[in-house]
Ligand binder design. Structure first.
Ligand SMILES: Nc1nc2c(ncn2[C@@H]2O[C@H](COP(=O)(O)OP(=O)(O)OP(=O)(O)O)[C@@H](O)[C@H]2O)c(=O)[nH]1
Ligand SMILES: [Mg+2]
Length: 372
């Protein structure tokens, strides 16, 4: 299994002329601020108090502007993985995500080829830019499972891949001479595809999510939701939430990581909607004079981005618009942290001192054993 990593050109962009430009801008604005201070005028952050009400104003709020500028220069990275049984539309949903409002402009005109069956773990990256903010969205496609007679450990290759990304990050982090910015290939979110049976979660779904939810943020979705009626969909969603609760599977956003009552309120709404019932398509059709992503049937067109038709737009908004930073924070401060502590404790010495096997002395197959 191999992941196609297209990170390097992006990193070059970070460390090339752009960052020099940024440094010079920072220096200019720093001196600018100092000069301003001498003239008793302060930097101009948003929400600055009126003149006259300025006595004692230090300008701490200007840090927000500094952080914004830095973040704009660095850009954002998000790594999403899709997993689930074969044929549920994982590869199609990736194309949907890239072709939907997330990056429609950056996509080449569609080739009308059918999506082939996925046979290896593969990453696809897109650089998206909107209002001067750059984002590198990487989606990791995985081969469908469930084709084997014995599907007992079908979650293992996925777990191994996720842990390998943590391991790579850890190795980079503990290097004496490390990169200015560690390339982040850690999986920030794993979209789990549930087949639209309309009944309940299958043992294989429970097994998969039970293991994976301990190492990664899981967002479950009902695949091919156009095959269910609205009543079936609502019933199925409710049943899945109940099954998750009974089996103590914590999917994203996890209750225990809500930071305050505002978080809880927003996340409770999402938890009531989960799993999102999605429809995927990479074909565009003309509907009422507009070109829309959809699935054309004999009875009409299912519009993928229309929330009256399916919940793809809610999923996209959660991933990109409302919870991107939180997905990354939880990955880094919870999932990766658990992995890091466990690995460092295990070795009891500096991991790179270990001989043979894996780069840190642990044979590759043992990376698997770091699940809890
Ligand atoms: N009805 C319906 N069909 C879909 C949907 N999404 C994808 N399909 C169709 O399902 C078939 C399989 O789609 P893929 O995207 O290749 O499925 P996959 O999960 O990547 O399959 P593997 O690579 O084998 O794991 C294709 O014929 C798609 O056109 C959907 O939302 N609704
Ligand atoms: Mg596929």
């Amino acid at each position: 299994m191999q992941a196609t990593d297209q990170r390097e050109p992006y990193m070059e962009l970070q460390e090339g002329s752009d960052s020099e430009l940024w440094q010079s801008e920072v220096i200019t604005s720093f001196y600018g601020n100092m000069a301003d201070t001498a003239k008793t005028t302060h930097p101009q952050p948003a929400g600055r108090p009126e003149k006259g009400a300025e006595f004692g104003y230090v300008g701490i709020d200007a840090i927000l502007e500094q952080m914004r500028r830095k973040a704009m220069k660095q850009g954002f990275e998000l790594n999403i993985m899709v997993v689930g049984q074969s044929g549920l539309g994982k590869s199609t949903l990736i194309n949907t995500l890239f072709k939907s409002k997330v990056s429609r402009r950056s996509v080449m005109p569609s080739d009308e080829e059918r999506i082939p069956k996925t046979i290896e773990i593969k990453s696809v990256s897109h650089d998206i830019e909107e209002k001067g903010v750059r984002m590198k969205l990487t989606v990791i496609d995985t081969p469908g499972f469930g084709d084997q007679i014995n599907n007992e450990n079908c979650w293992q290759p996925i777990m191994k891949f996720i842990n390998e990304q943590y391991e790579q990050y850890l190795q980079e982090e503990i290097n004496i001479s490390r990169k200015k910015r560690i390339p982040d290939s850690r999986v920030h979110c794993c979209i789990y595809f549930i087949p639209p049976t309309g009944h309940c979660l299958r043992p294989i779904d429970i097994e998969f999510m039970r293991h994976l939810s301990k190492v990664v943020n899981i967002v479950p979705v009902i695949a091919k939701a156009d095959t269910l009626t609205l009543e079936e969909r609502d019933f199925f969603k409710q049943k899945i939430r109940e099954d998750l609760r009974v089996n103590e599977i914590e999917v994203y956003p996890q209750k225990e990581f809500d930071e305050d009552s505002e978080d809880r309120m927003i996340n409770d709404k999402i938890r009531e909607m989960i799993p999102f019932a999605v429809v995927g398509s990479d074909q565009e059709y003309q509907v009422n004079g507009k070109r829309l992503l959809g699935r054309k049937t004999r009875w009409g067109t299912v519009e993928v981005e229309n929330t009256a038709h399916c919940e793809f737009a809610y999923l996209r908004d959660l991933l990109i618009r409302t919870h991107m930073q939180n997905l990354k924070d939880i990955t880094s401060s919870i999932h990766y942290e658990v992995y890091r502590v466990r690995r460092l404790n295990e070795n009891n010495t500096h991991p790179s001192d270990q001989p043979n096997g894996h780069s840190n002395g642990v044979p590759t197959h043992e990376v698997l054993s770091h699940e809890m």
